[in-house]
Write a protein that binds this ligand. Structure first.
Ligand code: ADP
Ligand code: 5GP
Length: 190
């Protein structure tokens, strides 16, 4: 299990997409969320979009490996798909915020934890502004949360500073390749 976390706007989704394209043996855990879908997002590919009532039902039914509230919306990792991927010998990427990352680490201490951040808070803000998916209030809330997230970066096994796109891409691919290869070694020796 691979956890990728870090402030909104750091470039997590971008880097994960690139790693999935470049490294065989990886799978992506599609989260459920109550937030509205953004332009271009596809249900069940980017997120499983649920109403709050539906999400709360999934919580009651124990469907989530972890879930958390972030910026007024609920986000959670459906456990079943993750287990299916793992049982096929795939390494599964979970893109989750800090509370979720901590819950996964607690439940699955073997999870590899990767923290992604932009080179500065100014750059994080610029990227969020450039992405233009949040209104001003939501963007400010994400920037405030980012401070807490960055102060927790030492809880992670790897830190990727996403400054130069190409370098960050190579960095994350190297990390993911090592994880997949180590996982394969475990299978061979088991
Ligand atoms: P996150 O998933 O962490 O919220 P995204 O992957 O959506 O972040 O990236 C936020 C914005 O920053 C996107 O518009 C993306 O194209 C851009 N971006 C990602 N990586 C870089 C980079 N290294 N340099 C400049 N812009 C980047
Ligand atoms: P966004 O709204 O920008 O897609 O995501 C907001 C935050 O929620 C990001 O930090 C993202 O990593 C996190 N997130 C996405 N899916 C999950 C999930 O399943 N669980 C948790 N805890 N956080 C998630």
């Amino acid at each position: 299990m691979i956890v990728v976390s870090g402030p909104s706007g750091a470039g997590k989704s971008t880097l994960i997409r690139e790693a999935l394209d470049a490294v065989p043996g990886l799978a992506y855990s599609v989260s459920a969320t109550t937030r509205a879908s953004r332009e271009g997002e596809v249900d069940s590919r980017d997120y499983i979009f649920l109403t709050r009532e539906e999400f709360e039902k999934w919580i009651r039914e124990g469907c989530f490996l972890e879930w958390a509230e972030y910026s007024g919306n609920l986000y959670g990792t459906p456990e079943q798909r993750v287990e299916e991927f793992l049982s096929k010998g795939l390494s599964v990427i979970l893109e989750v915020e800090l509370q979720g990352a901590r819950k996964v680490r607690e439940k699955r201490p073997e999870a590899v934890m990767i923290f992604v951040q932009a080179p500065s808070m100014e750059e994080t803000r610029k990227r969020l502004e450039g992405r233009a998916t949040e209104d001003e209030k939501a963007l400010e809330a994400r920037m405030t949360t980012a401070l807490t997230e960055v102060s927790a970066k030492d809880e992670f096994d790897y830190e990727v500073i996403n400054s130069d796109r190409r370098q960050a891409r190579e960095g994350i691919i190297r990390i993911m390749r090592n994880i997949v290869e180590e996982g394969t070694e475990d299978v061979e020796w088991a």
